[in-house]
Design a protein around this ligand. Sequence first.
Ligand SMILES: [Cu+2]
Length: 459
Amino acid sequence: MMTRRKMVLSTSALLAGSAAFFQRLRFARAVDPATAPAPASQPARPYTPVTTPNGSSLPWTIEDGCKTFRLTAEPVKREFAPGMTVNCWGYNGQTPGPTIEAVEGDRVRIYLTNKLPEPTSIHWHGIILPNAMDGVSGVTQPHIQPGETYIYEFTLKQHGSQMYHPHSDEMTQMAMGMQGFFIIHPKNPTRIIHRDFCIFLQEWFVEPGSSTPNPLIMTDFNLFTFNSRVFPGTDPLVVKTGQRVRIRLANLSMDSHPIHFHGHQGWTTATDGGPIPQSAWWPATTVNVPSGTTRDIEFVADNPGDWAFHCHKNHHAMNAMAHDFPNMIGVDQSGVAERVSSLVPGYMPMSTNGMGGMGSMHMPLPKNTLPMMTGTGPFGPIEMGGMFTLLKVRDSLSSYDDPGHYAQPPGSAPRRAGAPAASAPSSEAVLYTCPMHPQIVQNGPGKCPLCGMTLRVKK
Ligand SMILES: [Cu+2]
C-alpha cells in the first residue's frame, strides 16, 4: 500500500539537454502506473495520463473492439498513514478503486466481480449512457450477488471527470471506501495540461484503537482522507515551475470540502456536469466540493516553493481526535494534570493555551491510530493531519519523485523582531535527517515521523 509511484524521466530525455525536447519527452515517456506507456497489447494513448496520488490507473485490454477493464469489489486493507491500517472495502485491492481512463468516443466494456460478503452494483456517476447500464440495483438491474460477475458496455459520448461507485447498500459501501475516478479524456483537447492529478475526498469514523470504519456515523467523522490517505501519508503534488496543473477533486462523503491551495490563483474549469466555458471560469484559491460532485481546478504553477494544499474545514485537516473534552482555553490548570494523573494514568487535559503543543507531544495513543496533529517540516512540527498535502513547485526536477524540502532563497524568510536581518536558514545551520528516510530533514533533533528512528546530524 505504501508504494509511492515514481515518475522517472527517461535517461535519454535527461541527456538530451534541450528544454523543448525535454518538455516533449516528459509527457510522452514518463514511467508510472498511471502514466507508463501502454503495454504492447494496448493502443497508444493520445492524451496526458492522470496521476492518482497514492493510487494508480487501471490497465485495459481490447476485447471485441471495446476498451475492456476488470474490477473486483472486495475487502481491502488500507494504510491511512504509517501506524494505522484500516479494514476497508474497495476495488482491486485499493480504495479508492483504480482510476479508469478512456477517451471520448471509446466503447468501453467493464467486468465487475463481486467478492464482497453482500450484494453490490456499480453506477457510472455523471456518464451519459443507456438506462440499463446505469447500475442502480433494483431499478435498472438485479443486485450482483457475492461470487457473480456482471458486464457493462457503453460508448463514451462526453469528456470530463466522472466517478464510479456502488448503488447497492450505498451507506455501507461508500463509507467503507468504494469509489473511484472515471476520467474521460477529450477527443480534441483544446489546451495542454502538464500535470493532471485526481484526488478523492472521503471521511470515516474509526473508533481509536479499532480498525473498521463505522458506516452508521452520520456527522461526527474522525478521519478525513485524500485518496484514502491522511497527512503525513499523503503523496506531495510535485510540479515544475511554469507547468499548467489540473487537480480533479471528487467527493462522495457526507460533507462538502472547501479545498484551499496556497501561492497560486486558479479557476474552477469543470464539474461532473462537464467543462465550464472559459468565459465562466471562476477564479479562486479555495474550491468547495459538495457531496456527490467533482470539481476541476486549473492553475499555472508560477511560484516555486512548498505550498500547503488542504481542506479548509479546520477539523478536516487533522487526524482522529476525541471531542468530548471540556474546553480549557484560558483556564488556570496549575497542578491539575499531575493530581488527576495519579488517579487516571495517562490523563492529558486540553492545554490552557490551545492544542498546538500536541504536534510535538508524545502522548500515549491507543493501538492503530494516529496523532491528531503531526508531521515535521524544516522549521519544526507541522501540526496537521487529514486532508493535507504539499504542492511542491520547483524550477528544476529530474523526476516527479518527492524533491524534499524547499530551499528558501537566503534572506527571504520572515525574521524574529529584534533579530538581525537575513535570518533565513543558512548552510551552516545544523540539519538533522533520518538514516532510513533522507527526505526527512529538520533543523533540530527528534524522531522520524515515518519510522520513529532518532534523527542524525545531516552531513
Ligand atoms: Cu473537509
